[in-house]
Design a binder for this molecule. Structure first.
Ligand SMILES: *Cc1c(COP(=O)(O)O)cnc(C)c1O
Length: 367
């Protein structure tokens, strides 16, 4: 059986180092908001290329608290519009509605799965305040063009980098293009903790300060609360795990790229549409998402061959029970994608033999 993602094997590679780091925290007697967090924050900011990284409890909070901070800073108010792609994971939308902002869903490009400059331009109204590009499946959005639009229209840009740690255009990484980047370190992400964690990257001094307060009850100083904050802290053990994992992120990305390259050059079944990539460094292959008009048959066939696949995602946000108010919206491209996308196994611990097995099985599929 080829599992979709073998987390035990991925973390098993670093087992000794992870256990040492864990012991270091246990023995320190300090478990929340200490040196492990500040060390990880500065290493992650360096890795991305921003002035700051602020650790928070998870990726959803990274998105939600950044929008919240902009409200506290007077840059946003309730009812302002946020442009986001219709085919994203629901977390991107939840962060918007949690802040009583209005998600303006925009169809993605059906090949890159990301926002297009044309789509964004057509969705801008006088109420638009933020563009929230999601670098879906690990591929960075067209940030040069997006920043140009944002500058022309005086819009904030929040990059959802939950799937795209390390993806870059011309050497400039995701999370450094916009006003802020929101990252998730959920265990299955390309940089995964051994529990929940997230971070916001930014060069903005004020945003950094407000986020540091918001994640800790709105407090900069013990027992003084400037904002009605939340408890969204990244704990010391996870920060220690992430320091270990960050050292190997680039190696893991190149392993993923090699598998993607093999899939793309050797899968030649006309029933299966392969993902496209603009520039190699722009895709970190969190997921390898193909399309098949007979998806359920294809998925069942692969399962019988011992290959586990997943669907990211079976139901678009606007068709979820949580967003009943959007249930009448029609997004033809997104809805078609949700019916056809299928994610093939890809991970840094997949053997060459497993990659070959997937390629052969996919090529032998007949409808
Ligand atoms: C995983 C994910 C999130 C949320 O991250 P959590 O750490 O699970 O809260 C947000 N956006 C996207 C695109 C994601 O894939």
């Amino acid at each position: 059986m080829i599992p979709f993602l073998d987390l035990k094997a991925i973390n098993g590679q670093y087992s000794d180092e992870l256990k040492q780091a864990c012991s270091r925290v246990i023995d320190s007697g300090w478990y929340i908001m200490g040196s492990e967090l500040t060390n990880f924050e500065s290493e992650f900011a360096d890795y991305c290329g921003t002035q700051y990284a602020v650790g928070v409890a998870n990726g959803l909070d990274a998105l939600t608290l950044t929008l919240r901070a902009w409200k506290e800073m007077g840059k946003l108010q309730e009812g302002d519009e946020v442009i986001v792609q219709a085919n994203t994971y629901i977390a991107s939308i939840l962060a918007i509605t949690e802040n009583r902002l209005k998600p303006v869903l925009v169809e993605p490009d059906c090949n890159s799965f990301n926002l297009t400059p044309e789509g964004i331009k057509a969705a801008i109204t006088p109420k638009t305040k933020v563009i929230l590009p999601v670098h879906l499946y690990g591929q960075i959005s067209p940030m040069v063009e997006i920043m140009q639009i944002a500058n022309e229209h005086n819009l904030l840009v929040l990059e959802d980098c939950a799937q795209s740690h390390g993806a870059m255009i011309d050497g400039k990484k995701c999370g450094t293009w916009g006003d802020a980047g929101a990252f998730s370190f959920y265990p299955g992400k390309n940089l995964g903790a051994l529990g929940d964690a997230g971070a916001v990257t930014t060069d903005d001094d004020e945003l950094n300060e407000v986020l540091i307060a918001l994640r800790n009850y709105g407090s900069h100083e013990k027992y003084k609360n400037k904002y009605k904050g939340v408890n969204s802290r990244l704990d010391e053990i996870q920060a220690a795990m992430l320091q270990v994992k960050l050292k190997y992120l680039d190696l893991e990305i190149s392993a993923r790229r090699n598998i993607a390259k093999a899939y793309t050059s050797e899968i030649n079944n006309p029933q299966i549409i392969l993902p496209t990539v603009e520039v190699e460094s722009g895709h970190v292959w969190h997921l390898y998402v193909a399309k098949c008009t007979h998806r359920s048959k294809f998925q069942k066939y692969l399962m019988e061959k011992g290959i586990q696949t997943l669907v990211h995602y079976p139901i678009p946000p606007h068709k979820q029970g949580a967003y009943i108010e959007m249930s009448n919206c029609k997004f033809d491209i997104s809805e078609k994608l949700h019916e056809e996308v299928i994610s093939l196994p890809i991970s840094p611990v997949m053997s060459l033999g497993d990659v070959r097995k997937v390629i052969c099985a996919v090529n032998e599929f007949e409808i």
